[in-house]
Ligand binder design. Sequence first.
Ligand code: G3P
Ligand code: MG
Length: 250
Amino acid sequence: MWPYPRILAHRGGGTLAPENTIAGLRRGMDAGFRAIEFDVMLARDGVPVVLHDPELGRTVAGTGSVADVDALDLAARDAGSWFGPQYEGEPVPLFVEFAQYCKAHGVWMNIEIKPVPGHDDETGTVVARLTAALFADEIAAGRVERVPLLSSFSESALAAARNAAPQVPRAWLTESLPPDWEARARVLDAVAIHTDHTRLTAAAAAQVKAAGFGLFCYTVNAPARARELFGWGVDGLCTDRIDLISPAFA
Ligand code: G3P
Ligand code: MG
């Protein structure tokens, strides 16, 4: 039900390095992590890039939408100096390069499909197809524990991913569990529910598990809370505090 690592570094290196960068990923790896969550969206030319915000300005200099800039232009921009001068020049990663780097280093991936608003279906389709191609051998061999897990708040992106590459597993990201959560997850053929731990209850966790889904929480930064969630049957979580909650925690 959850063949994956139980503790993931959120956005690569949590809040200890610039998010969604190779430097962040390396920081996570230095802390012992071999499993991460990161965010992906499409640039203007339809090429996926590793970024959280659909608007420029917070981690990457500029204004306007990511959907108005080509991927190689983004990849030439600085996504590190907002965090600290030692990260100046750290680029926006191209998704395929980033995923190849993870794969080469044995880092398992929860790939969050985070479409620029209005680009949901295209983003789900492209990310699912590329992931299926990168992991074709593992999929063919039934090595499910090595294949990335796609997740998204966008149900239409997940439906597009399911249609494009059903062999890549999906998780439905939802801030809280609506009454019809199970039917919605089943339509997407999701293997897991990913949810905000601050809105989860022990009873809801038990329901998700009883229904046969994996259960993953974001973003858990206190060890005592992580312990409580695992006690509720939560399968995995991501953390920003990779210094406080290590991969050996669970
Ligand atoms: O995938 C879990 C978590 O990353 C969702 O929220 O905004 O940090 O991408 P966000
Ligand atoms: Mg995310």
